[in-house]
Design a protein around this ligand. Structure first.
Ligand code: NCD
Length: 310
């Protein structure tokens, strides 16, 4: 199979195992390209891509833009804080205006769950979800699994614990779907108030004790506490949170094995992870960022193959 089974990348939920394998195989090729002296291929010279960011982003936005440019696509960027959205324009009107400029692919981050699905139903461009509220962040999950595969040889059979604010995290949900598809075992660990009740229905176990979870796992994917998505206090204090759920060098040294540490960024050093852990040789945080470009090149390249070109 050298075609994706989907027309858009709205979430991992819609992908199958072959899609993930195809994306990884394509990303392997692009990873080799971005490590060449000339880090660019002409594949998408005839394609125009709009990056619509209705929410803050550093890594994801830069990573998509770089991926698109390394495929030689024409790229336009839009950020809602500097746009007519502030003047009351609707999402569809914004998107249709951009499409009139002959855009083929829209990459969108939006605070509302389902915004990308909605757009995919109403406009003719291909849509790539770069994070929709607390729902999905498919390219992050793909680059996370790709980084585990690179570090440990495969994802199947690996034990992964997702630590922290699972409730407000689109990274957690997309990771759960992606890891499950590839046959990993998953536990989540965090304050009870930040672990949604439905999580066990996804085939995930809850482990409330960090020490136990870390002893069990091969990989810990650490999440930021997403204060901007909280309307009430979910735990007494940041100090208590980091005492119970912060990953420190002391805890890692007490394990009788070397586990892999991941984090999607941005990191809150000293809260969910200490600096010596984030910067340690066990951490693959910067490899994740590097792999993000190759994964996004792969996703965009594969979607662009479905566009009729003349
Ligand atoms: C994450 C996000 O925006 O969902 N970051 C990212 O895309 N690399 C996680 C977060 O904001 O904590």
């Amino acid at each position: 199979m050298n075609q994706l089974s989907v027309q858009h990348l709205l979430g991992i939920k819609h992908l199958n195992k072959n899609d993930i394998e195809l994306i990884f195989k394509t990303a392997d090729h692009f990873k080799e390209v971005i490590n060449r002296p000339i880090k660019k291929v002409p594949s998408l010279r005839d394609i125009t891509i709009a990056n619509l960011f209705f929410e803050n982003s550093t890594r994801t936005k830069l990573s998509f833009e770089l991926a698109e440019k390394r495929l030689s696509a024409d790229v336009i960027n839009f950020s809602s804080s500097q746009s007519s959205v502030k003047k009351g324009e609707t999402l569809i009107d914004t998107a249709n205006n951009i499409l009139s400029m002959k855009v083929d692919i829209i990459v969108m981050r939006h605070p509302n769950v389902g915004a990308c699905d909605f757009l995919a139903k109403h406009v003719t461009a291909k849509i790539v979800n770069a994070g929709d509220g607390t729902h999905e962040h498919p390219t992050q999950a793909l680059l996370d699994s790709y980084s585990i595969r690179e570090k440990l040889g495969s994802v199947a059979g690996k034990k992964v614990v997702i630590v922290g604010d699972v409730m407000h995290s689109r990274v957690a949900l997309s990771n759960i779907y992606a890891l499950k598809l590839q046959g990993a075992e998953i536990k989540v660990c965090g304050p009870k108030t930040l672990i949604p009740k439905y999580i066990t229905s996804l085939g995930v176990e809850v482990c409330p004790n960090l020490n136990e979870a870390l002893h069990w796992c091969d990989v810990a994917n650490v999440l930021r506490v997403q204060n901007e998505r909280m309307d009430v206090n979910y735990f007494p204090s940041t100090r208590e949170y980091s005492q119970l759920f912060g990953i420190t060098k002391k805890i890692l040294d007490s394990l009788k094995k070397e586990i892999v540490i991941m984090h999607p960024g941005p990191i809150n050093r000293g809260v969910e992870i200490t600096s010596d852990v984030a910067d340690s040789s066990q951490s693959i945080i910067l490899n994740q960022v590097e792999n993000g470009v190759a994964i996004r090149m792969a996703v965009i390249y594969l979607l662009a193959q479905q566009i009729e070109r003349n």
